[in-house]
Design a protein. Structure first.
Length: 357
């Protein structure tokens, strides 16, 4: 086996010489990788093959042969690493030599606010300027705050219009269908004195899905409570709000409607901002756009809050109030003449980049 060990050492010397010659000829990263594969490849590398042949050596010679091959392998790996580092430096130096440091830098692309964020902030700014407080309630709420306190008992047909998502592992808990739940919570949390002027923005959920409805969308609702609040106050507030948001050139009108939690109730329409009231596809040739629902707070809502508080704080004989609400997506769709609500949530940059705000 001594002859076998001497033969191995001779092969190692020859391999070292062949490797150094091959490495001198390698002028780029691909050539260096080719040298690595030739000598250290897992399947057909020359050094790898010799290491596998150690099983044929006698036990007393195997250790010396293994040390010889491992030294060769370590030497090859070190020189390959140095060659690769040298090539990387050469490539970097070449790039730097071709770089004109006097050129102005490239400005990175900047994002901007989502159109729904812009619409929500504009709405909030208008109401803050009118002296309103912003109040946000939880998106997961219970049946009492979402329906019963708003004059919609379990068998009320109006619930069919607000079909939503209930939580399987939390009986009685659901994703709120409107931000009116926050209005109830505010009155319960702030009963003294019984004066309220708030807006409640946030996400709401309904089992709807078409070009004008989404399973998740955003609402902003307003609530004002106090002595001598009248329907005239409601109409004046809505007109001032719409003029501030869309401009005074678009008139508004009011139509009788029905909501379980307001009495009387009315819908507010705005002259079509696309055709100016002449009639077009967006307004279905009526010249008007339905913009929000509103009404005077139903006495039953005050009574439900009083019952939960255990005292008559919001006395329907002494205080009145009004409420109204609208969809933030609807405002953005009217503003930009968008006819598909899904566009806001598809994250298509071709759509979103049109709104540089």
């Amino acid at each position: 086996m001594a002859d076998s060990l001497d033969s191995l050492k001779e092969k190692v010397r020859a391999l070292r010489s062949d490797f150094e010659a091959a490495l001198r000829e390698a002028k780029d990263a691909r050539a260096v990788q080719s040298v690595r594969d030739r000598f250290l490849g897992r399947k057909s590398g020359t050094v790898t093959g010799l290491l596998k042949s150690l099983v044929n050596f006698a036990e007393d010679a195997r250790r010396d042969a293994g040390q010889e091959l491992n030294r060769l392998k370590a030497e090859i790996e070190t020189k390959l690493s140095e060659a690769q580092s040298s090539l990387d430096l050469s490539v970097r130096d070449a790039r730097l030599r071709g770089l004109d440091v006097t050129l102005p830098g490239r400005v990175p692309a900047r994002g901007h606010r989502h159109p729904l964020t812009v619409a929500r902030e504009d709405l909030e700014d208008i109401f803050l300027s009118l002296g309103y407080e912003i109040y946000e309630g939880p998106e997961v709420d219970d049946d009492y705050h979402c329906f019963e306190a708003l004059n919609m008992p379990p068998d009320h047909p109006a619930r069919d219009m607000q079909d939503t998502f209930y939580l399987k592992d939390a009986p009685g808990q659901l994703l709120r269908t409107h931000t009116s739940t926050a209005q109830i919570r505010y009155m319960l949390d702030n009963p003294h004195p019984p004066r309220v002027r708030i807006i409640c923005p946030g996400k709401v959920y309904r089992r709807d899905d078409d070009i004008t409805h989404s399973p998740m969308f955003q609402q902003i609702e307003a609530l004002v409570v106090g002595p001598t609040i009248t329907l005239g106050d409601l109409k004046g507030t809505i007109e001032a709000f719409l003029h501030s948001l869309f401009g005074p050139q678009y008139p508004s009108r009011f139509r009788a409607s029905f909501f379980p939690y307001t009495e009387p109730s009315m819908e507010a329409d705005l002259a079509c901002v696309v055709c100016g009231g002449k009639g077009c596809r967006v307004c279905k040739n009526t010249g008007w756009l339905e913009i929000m629902g509103s009404g005077m707070v139903h006495p039953a809502v005050f009574e439900a809050v009083n019952a939960r508080l255990g005292s008559v704080v919001y006395d329907p004989e002494k205080v009145t109030g009004f409420a109204f609400g609208l969809g933030i997506e609807h405002v953005a769709m009217v503003r930009h003449a968008i006819d598909n609500i899904r566009l806001f949530y598809e994250n298509d940059l071709r759509f979103l980049e049109q709104f540089d705000a």
